[in-house]
Design a protein around this ligand. Structure first.
Ligand SMILES: Nc1nc2c(ncn2[C@@H]2O[C@H](COP(=O)(O)OP(=O)(O)O)[C@@H](O)[C@H]2O)c(=O)[nH]1
Ligand SMILES: [Mg+2]
Length: 303
């Protein structure tokens, strides 16, 4: 009989760090094969710390997604950056994402500084390589190597799923031995209500431009489980009357489009039919108002 020693089970936290829009949430969703963190082409889409849990026979990786590093202009922005900074101290492994087409810019340098100060194993994922040619990539890799900070530098594409397996292997190698912290079927720490809010916010973000996406917040006011469907009533908050007009659109067309997109995502998540009723309200300058921020869940208090 051949005795094969069983490999130890590994588990731990992988913090995904980087400035806004580099693809942190897209990467997390790609690993989970499911959308747990909303994505848009607008910066500052992610506003909170979100866990994504990947359970395999040999390991459990708990990804921490967060808002990107940026210069905050509002109390909301300050909260977001404090969340981003906080997760650096939580990761057993840090994965910094960089946009291949942009290279190291000022906001990336802030992230580099924080990663260096954290003194934890760090990997660099140069994302969006589907957008650049090799001629541009090689000098960027050399520049990254010269920083003597990253244990591995891996060009990836989160959307076309290039080299994600290579990056995952490098994360796994660096995780400590440990137990399965979360049950096998659990993919995120967010409540259903929070996921619903986020899907509605994502649909609103994707449909709007300029200042409007940043002024959007969502509250879920009512969730009712009927026999074969879930009935949801939610409110989209904006900061000005003009933004309200934009979100509702001509003859309510825009709100209808947002509602349909959000409903489809929520149905996918709940694997059930959903009836979604959306309202739009103005909450003047909610991003500057600490008690509004707390009401909307942008707080360090437990969810
Ligand atoms: N071309 C390309 N776009 C990407 C890739 N990864 C993410 N994106 C896009 O970049 C934008 C920002 O992504 P997101 O995950 O929200 O970034 P985050 O702010 O770092 O979480 C979205 O429009 C994504 O579709 C990639 O590998 N290639
Ligand atoms: Mg994000």
């Amino acid at each position: 009989m051949v005795c094969v020693p069983s490999l130890p089970f590994r588990s731990g936290f992988v913090a995904l760090v980087g400035k806004p829009n580099v693809g942190k949430s897209t990467l997390l969703n790609a690993y989970l094969g499911k959308k747990v963190s909303i994505v848009s082409n607008k910066p500052q889409t992610t506003r909170q710390r979100i866990l994504g849990i990947l359970t395999r026979p040999d390991a459990q990786i708990i990804f921490i997604d967060s808002p990107g590093w940026h210069k905050p202009e509002h109390p909301l922005g300050k909260y977001m950056v404090s969340v981003a900074k906080g997760i650096i101290g939580e990761g057993d492994v840090l994965v910094m994402l960089l946009d291949a087409a942009q290279g190291f810019q000022r906001e990336d340098e802030w992230v580099v500084e924080q990663v260096r100060a954290a003194k934890r194993p760090a990997l660099l994922a140069i994302n969006k390589v589907d957008r650049v040619n090799k001629g541009k990539l090689l000098p960027l890799i050399e520049e990254a190597v010269s920083r003597k900070l990253f244990e591995e530098i891996i060009p990836i594409s989160a959307t076309t799923q290039v080299q994600l397996d290579v990056l995952l292997k490098e994360m796994l190698k660096r995780l400590p031995e440990g137990p399965r912290w979360y049950q096998e079927g659990q993919v995120t720490d967010q409540s259903t209500e929070l996921i619903i809010r986020e899907f509605i916010r994502e649909a609103a973000l994707q449909a709007t431009r300029q200042e409007v996406p940043h002024a959007v917040a969502v509250s879920v006011d009512h969730v009712e489980q009927k026999e074969r469907a879930t009935v949801i009533r939610a409110t989209i908050f904006v900061e000005r009357e003009g933004q309200k007009g934009i979100l509702i659109g001509k003859k309510g067309q825009m709100l209808k489009q947002i509602g349909t997109a959000a409903r489809q995502e929520i149905e996918r998540w709940l694997s059930q039919r959903v009836f979604l009723e959306l309202w739009v309200k103005v909450a003047s300058d909610w991003r500057d108002n600490p008690s509004r921020l707390r009401d909307l869940g942008y707080t360090h208090e437990p969810k």
